[in-house]
Design a protein around this ligand. Structure first.
Ligand code: NAP
Length: 327
């Protein structure tokens, strides 16, 4: 797989990474450990060198999984993890106090079985802690050799500028896909100006853009999508028009909708590296195939035209989670 550099200051990573959250957290029960390790190692065998986790994914369990799976080839991969929730628990809200950032780094290093975190993101901006203090804490961790690069997630333009002035930000990780294009307004131009790479999360629209989710899909009771307005039964039905458009374009390119969704992101900027997640080997291989699809200017225009008739229904987050975004 081709490699990409995440902005001026960032690491070189495979064009597509692997989002590992769903193996432990968010979309129903965790995947059985050996199967999850096999999936992660298969991704590496197919050229994936960029792996995404967070303290908050099952309170460190996802980091432990990556630590074990990646240990045999640790020096050949880029591991990104995140700090910023109280006790590593999303439901408890943000905590980016410098002492907490230092403690999370030390705990993550142990769980990941490594001596350096390649990319350490603030998971959400903490309005109680000045951005300069957060960036300063990560700067100290970089000076101590415990962290290589600083990242932010879902941060707004003002926060990114403040942080970047203290410690250059290598990458921003925020939601971006064919059904969530808000970053195009203000964030992508800012990242281009500052030389910051972009890592789109939920690049497959949490599975919706693949066509595998319909109005009759039922999610496990622990699945996060149960509380996402965009995934209400009514909105899943209303949003099938988007899937139909993608399906048409995919058929013409002899590809799948998931592959087109990923190829479209890769075509936006050379410093974008999406991190699709899956728990299934055959889907992993399908998704990786998306990196080999080149969309021409004509293809991109065709997608734009087809989508101009589609209005996506439903918010991407419930109100209490949206309130944490972009500050
Ligand atoms: N920074 C943040 O706040 C944040 C938030 C969310 C996610 N993330 C990161 O981003 C990564 C990816 O995001 P995501 O997992 O939310 O969403 P995603 O990658 O858009 O979609 C994942 C979902 O799509 C399904 N899927 C994957 N490939 C498929 C295919 N080819 N055909 C049909 N279904 C397919 C998966 O189900 P199966 O497992 O059944 O295949 C899973 O339910 C996460 O793993 C995490 O590392 C970060």
């Amino acid at each position: 797989m081709q490699k990409r550099k995440l902005g001026t200051h960032g690491p070189e990573v495979s064009a597509l990474g692997l989002g590992c959250m769903g193996l432990s957290y968010g979309y129903g029960p965790a995947t059985e450990k050996q199967a999850a390790i096999t999936l992660i190692r298969t991704a590496f065998d197919h050229g994936v060198t960029f792996f995404d986790t967070a303290e908050a994914y099952a309170q460190g369990a996802n980091e432990e999984l990556l630590g074990e799976a990646l240990e045999p080839f640790r020096d050949q991969v880029v591991i990104a993890t995140k700090f910023g929730f109280r006790d590593g628990d999303v439901s408890k809200g943000q905590d980016s106090r410098p002492e907490r950032i230092r403690a999370v780094a030390d705990a993550a290093l142990k769980r990941l079985r490594t001596d350096c975190i390649d990319l350490f993101y603030q998971h959400r901006v903490d309005t109680e802690v000045p951005m300069e203090d957060v960036a300063g804490a990560v700067k100290d961790l970089i000076a101590a050799g415990k962290v290589k690069h600083f990242g932010m997630s879902e941060a707004g333009a003002g926060s990114i500028r403040r942080a970047h002035a203290v410690q250059p930000v290598a990458a921003l990780q925020s939601e971006y896909s064919l059904w969530w294009r808000e970053p195009e307004k203000e964030i992508l131009p800012l990242l281009e100006e500052l030389g910051i790479g972009f890592v789109p999360f939920s690049p497959l629209g949490k599975g919706f853009l693949t066509g595998a989710i319909t109005e009759s899909t039922s999610f496990d009771k622990t699945d996060f999508r149960n509380v996402v307005p965009r995934f209400s039964e009514e909105n899943r039905k209303a949003n099938q028009g988007l899937v139909a458009v993608l399906g048409g374009i995919a058929a013409a390119k002899q590809a799948t909708p998931a592959q087109i969704a990923l190829a479209w992101l890769l075509a936006q900027k050379p410093w974008i590296a999406p991190i699709p997640g899956t728990t299934k080997l055959h889907r992993l291989e399908e998704n990786i195939g998306g990196a080999a699809i080149e969309l021409t200017a004509g293809d991109l225009q065709e997608i734009e035209t087809a989508l101009s008739d589609v209005t996506v229904q439903g918010d991407r987050y419930p109100a209490h989670l949206q309130a944490r975004v972009g500050r």
